[in-house]
Design a protein around this ligand. Structure first.
Ligand code: BES
Ligand code: MN
Ligand code: MN
Length: 463
């Protein structure tokens, strides 16, 4: 069965690639209301592809914003395990457009990479599993285990509607494990299993002062300037070494065990590579932690945008009436997003002078995920990677967030496997995002093998 599926996939290289490119042409930018229609069209397109692949009960489930896509195939027998395959069809905005070498929604291939927004994050990766399931159904008429697909359109904006959907739909989503491909490996022949994701907490800060912009000569020096006050506040939030200065911020941070520090120290990441990837002039961060620890095991705080005052041509001598900043905090176990947001707000209240006012608006938040490295699905994933890539995977902590992963564990009790197929240079969220096409095909092979190994595991050990 597995060989039939592998052979089928090998014969379909070109059509699989062509379909992926159709997927990439759909501008499913979840954050921008102007793209609501193409985002919905992308969900419909996926539903159509899942149906064509032979999956059943295909549903486009409306939510308060972007629809969920569900499909399953549940005929593997009562003793066979069920895997819940999750991914997202939404993408980040493509801006700044002028920095793309070719248009973001017109996929083009150069040197084995397909360039398009969403190529690696996450369309190319989620489509791997659609094609793996299809290969089984076409070649063998069945899958080795029960499969459920859950593909959402709001991952890039925090997954709020999916997270609300889960507790009311436990039966629909019931499974024995979850599989997520939305991360990267270390290189074309260096597979990696992610066992930890950071959480996040996003806040919007508005600082106001005078009721209108004022003449900076008449009033300057006597009325506080919200932009200056914002600058002072931001400077106090984090020191020059990267340490967050909000009291209590680190209280719940679980210390790294010596064992884990040793494991992370073996991680083959080079500082030179990291610099080359980013184009930054030097590394930076908490001096007492290594590069790997800074990325995966330490929380952080970053200003993601700030604005106010006059930014048009020339100069304007004003004292602006308002200043704004967006701030993103990345969290690690066991920090709680709501608690961190409250500490942030308290810090703003305690730090700003009475000469300005502040409003703190809390966006979404999610807790960090820490996954047991020693579960049967993890062992199956390691074996599937090793057979396909000729090398066992390394375990790594990832700095990014996939909000719903904690819910798979907490709400559905599922052991989760984060089986990535991206590469470090894929430029996700940046201009010229790309996906390495050989990994697309190897991903399909890995998925085919993984599904068979998961099924065999429970046949050998009916728990
Ligand atoms: N796929 C990424 C997360 C990721 C990035 C995993 C790099 C592994 C390596 C995901 O699509 C993402 O970008 N998540 C957002 C979530 C946020 C909007 C809540 C993130 O991390 O910024
Ligand atoms: Mn993603
Ligand atoms: Mn993303």
């Amino acid at each position: 069965m597995i060989n039939a599926a592998l052979q089928h996939a090998a014969r379909q290289h070109d059509s699989h690639q062509a379909e992926l490119f159709d997927f990439l042409r759909l501008p499913s930018i979840s954050t921008d209301p102007a793209y609501a229609a193409p985002t919905a069209a992308t969900a419909d397109w996926l539903a159509e592809r899942l149906t064509a692949a032979g999956l059943e009960n295909v549903r486009v489930i409306p939510t308060a914003r972007h629809p969920l896509v569900y499909a399953d195939w549940l005929h593997a027998g009562p003793d066979a395990p069920t895997v819940l395959i999750y991914g997202h069809y939404d993408v980040q905005p493509a801006d700044p457009l002028e920095l793309w070498d070719t248009p973001p929604f017109e996929p083009q291939v150069r040197d084995d990479y397909v360039y398009a927004r969403g190529a690696a994050d996450d369309k190319g990766q989620v489509y791997i599993h659609v094609k793996a399931a299809e290969a089984y159904l076409r070649a063998a008429g069945r899958l080795p285990l029960n499969v459920k697909f859950l593909i959402e359109g709001e991952e890039e904006i925090g997954s709020a509607n999916l997270r609300a959907f889960i507790p009311h739909n436990r039966d629909l989503l019931a499974a024995d494990s979850a599989l997520v491909s939305d991360s990267a490996i270390l290189g074309p022949d260096r597979p990696a299993l992610v066992y930890s994701l950071r959480g996040n907490c996003h806040v919007l800060l508005d600082i106001t002062g005078p009721s209108r912009d004022l003449h900076s000569g008449t009033y300057g020096g006597s009325i506080n300037n919200p932009l200056n006050a914002l600058g002072h506040l931001l400077a106090k939030l984090k020191n020059e070494f990267g340490h967050v200065m909000i009291p209590g911020f680190y209280d719940r941070v679980r210390p790294l065990s010596l064992e884990e520090r040793e494991l992370l120290a073996q991680f083959p990441i080079s500082e030179t590579e990291w610099l080359a990837q980013t184009g930054a002039p030097a590394l930076w961060g908490e001096p007492e932690y290594t590069l790997v620890e800074r990325i995966g095991a330490r929380p952080t705080l970053d200003v993601t945008g700030m604005w106010g005052g006059y930014i048009g041509e020339g100069s304007k001598t004003i004292l602006p009436s308002a200043a704004h900043a967006k701030i993103s905090m990345r969290l690690v176990p066991d920090q709680e997003p709501a608690e961190i947001a409250a500490l942030f707000e308290q810090f703003v209240r305690d730090t700003l002078p009475p000469s300005v006012r502040a409003t703190v608006r809390v966006g979404g938040g999610s807790r960090a995920a820490l996954i047991d490295r020693d579960t049967p699905p993890m062992r199956a994933a390691a074996a599937a990677y090793e057979t396909t890539f000729g090398r066992p995977p390394v375990f790594m902590r990832e700095g990014g967030s996939i909000p719903v992963v904690t819910d798979f564990g907490d709400q559905l009790g599922l052991p989760t496997v984060l089986m990535g197929f991206g590469l470090p240079g894929d430029r996700i969220h940046s201009p010229n995002e790309r996906f390495y096409l050989p990994n697309f095909h190897k991903g399909i092979e890995t998925s085919i093998r993984y599904l068979a190994l998961l099924a065999a595991q429970s046949a050998a050990d009916p728990a």
